[in-house]
Design a protein around this ligand. Structure first.
Ligand code: KIV
Ligand code: ZN
Length: 525
């Protein structure tokens, strides 16, 4: 692959380079505590990323666990338009496993890495620099046996000695690496420093012109996007990022911010992405609803307030001429006014058609039928159904079809002024119907106590949050529940017009995740 050619649609206009967008929501994003996703959830996100025309989807770390392997394999099978990438440490067994998971991909990429900073080499790897260099070259050679698209990352590059970094990069390009990714693994760099590092590497590595230079920035100091953009100005032509900036610790560079900065400031960036920006808000919502990580209202591009003008002066200006206070158009990133799309009398065809327009396809007729039945139930309770309702409904249906160990069958709550709230809950646990009644400090507390009495999972509740999906008091409530047990953190979601039911669904969803076996290796240990 040449420096700027890409398989995705939309070549960059003449005289301008292509900026490759490498999305790692399914790999680094999933390393956020509590953000682990099932195979089907990953598949849904991968399809949405493909529709958004990201160039490369890093689907996971196949050696981490059988589930991770299967998820990468499923994404590799399903995605045809974007490259699909699997992560591997610089170890033969990791690379072979990644290659196996990617076997059916239309355009597979193996991403292999090893740390090059003194602190990581000495204290984590306990290897000498010469050994690290040798291992890096061997890993790239092995990956090249399987594909001609091999990416190499010198982990913790931002804290590595530039001379050693140059030697490693030159050697791995010689061994066949086609993309060199420079990570700021711990989010330590500042934009001018990081830009300078990229400039230095491009100048000093003699064969640098034979590879695409990429960056992967973490957000520990809130600088991931700024560092990535400084690197692009210095000559990097791939940015690794995640939807909503999800990722290890404080996260990675947010895809939506990188893409919109490059697009809005074409005057300073000599490159364009191939991303269909109108998909940004729907994909952001999808990732938020699957992971249970809400988007803060003032988050750039995808936050609820990103285009809301509160002050009278601003509103007046925008009414006279949008450009007075808006540098981007909300519709260009996929914001639509809450639109009533369907109602009680809408048929199956209208339902399927609207979901297709939102980019949602069902795996099976069974899933479509189940979703349509739920839609009818919702339309009975709520007369106006918006796109946001449909998205929540699809997530809810997918959860219900997952054959989970615990299923919520029934929930009734009595709450009255001056009385102690009481909840009756019926669950099916491993095929057996069980019911109980419990009292609590409020209706949600009583419901959770009843569920816990039946399941006895002994988890600790870390977070409980409710969001209205749309405006109006008939809006569905979307609930996120975060649980912890023995150091393991999981998130659960549920949506319903009744927030107590939504809460019960979210709690049961989190418990199912907690009870699923999940031993997995972490790539950076
Ligand atoms: O942050 C990091 O260094 C990584 C590498 C695996 C690229 O995620
Ligand atoms: Zn990372």
């Amino acid at each position: 692959m040449s420096q700027h050619s890409e398989r995705s649609a939309g070549a960059a206009p003449q005289g301008r380079d292509r900026l490759i967008i490498f999305d790692t929501t399914l790999r680094d994003g999933e390393q956020s505590p509590g953000a682990s996703m099932t195979r089907d959830e990953k598949l849904r996100i991968a399809r949405a990323l493909e529709r958004m025309r990201v160039d490369v989807i890093e689907a996971g770390f196949p050696i981490a666990s059988p589930d991770d392997f299967e998820a990468v394999r499923a994404v590799a099978r399903a995605v045809r338009e974007s490259r699909v990438c699997g992560l591997a440490r610089a170890l033969e067994r990791d690379i072979d496993r990644a290659a196996e998971a990617l076997r059916e991909a239309a355009a597979p990429r193996i991403h292999t890495f090893i740390a090059t900073s003194p602190i990581h080499m000495e204290r984590k790897l306990r290897m000498r620099p010469e050994q690290v260099l040798e291992r890096a070259v061997e890993a790239v050679r092995r990956a090249r046996r399987y594909t001609d698209d091999v990416e190499f990352s010198p982990e913790d590059a931002a804290r590595s000695e530039p001379d050693f970094l140059c030697r490693v990069i030159e050697a791995v390009i010689e061994a066949g690496a086609t993309t060199i990714n420079i990570p700021d693994t711990v989010g330590y760099s500042l934009p001018d420093q990081f830009g300078e590092l990229i400039r230095t590497l491009l100048e000093r590595v003699p064969n640098a012109h034979r590879a695409v230079f990429s960056v992967h920035c973490h957000n520990d100091l809130g600088l991931a996007v700024a560092n990535s953009l400084a690197a692009v100005r210095a000559g990097a032509r791939q940015v690794e990022c995640t939807i909503n900036g999800l990722g290890e610790r404080a996260g990675n560079a947010a895809l939506e911010e990188v893409v919109m900065a490059v697009r809005t400031r074409r005057d300073v960036f000599p490159c364009d992405t191939g991303v269909d920006t109108t998909q940004i808000v729907p994909v952001s919502r999808l990732v938020s609803s699957i992971t249970g990580f809400p988007v803060q209202p003032n988050k750039a591009i995808v936050g609820a307030n990103a285009f809301a003008h509160e002050s009278g002066i601003h509103q007046d200006g925008v009414l006279k001429s949008r450009e007075t206070y808006e540098i981007m158009r909300p519709e260009d990133v996929g914001w639509t006014a809450n639109r009533i799309v369907l109602g009680k009398h809408s048929g199956r065809n209208a339902f399927r058609t609207r979901l297709r327009e939102l980019g949602i396809e069902f795996e099976s007729e069974e899933a479509l039928n189940e979703a349509f039945a739920r839609f009818k139930e919702l339309a009975d309770k709520k007369h106006e159904i918006y796109d946001e309702d449909l998205q929540a409904l699809v997530t809810d249906t997918a959860l219900a079809l997952e054959n989970e160990r615990i299923q919520l069958l029934y929930c009734r709550v009595c709450s009255e002024t001056g009385e102690i709230p009481e909840a009756r809950v019926v669950l099916r646990i491993d095929g057996q119907e069980r019911s109980t009644t419990a009292q609590g400090d409020g209706p949600v507390d009583a419901t959770f106590k009843a569920i816990e009495a039946l399941v006895q999972a002994r988890t600790q509740l870390l977070l409980y949050s409710v969001n209205a999906i749309t405006t109006g008091t008939d809006s569905q409530g979307e609930v996120t529940v975060r649980l912890e047990r023995g150091g393991r953190i999981v998130n659960g979601q549920g949506a319903d017009t009744d927030i107590v039911v939504a809460s019960a669904k979210a709690y049961v969803n989190a418990l199912n995740k907690m009870l699923a076996p999940a031993p997995r290796a972490h790539p950076q240990l």
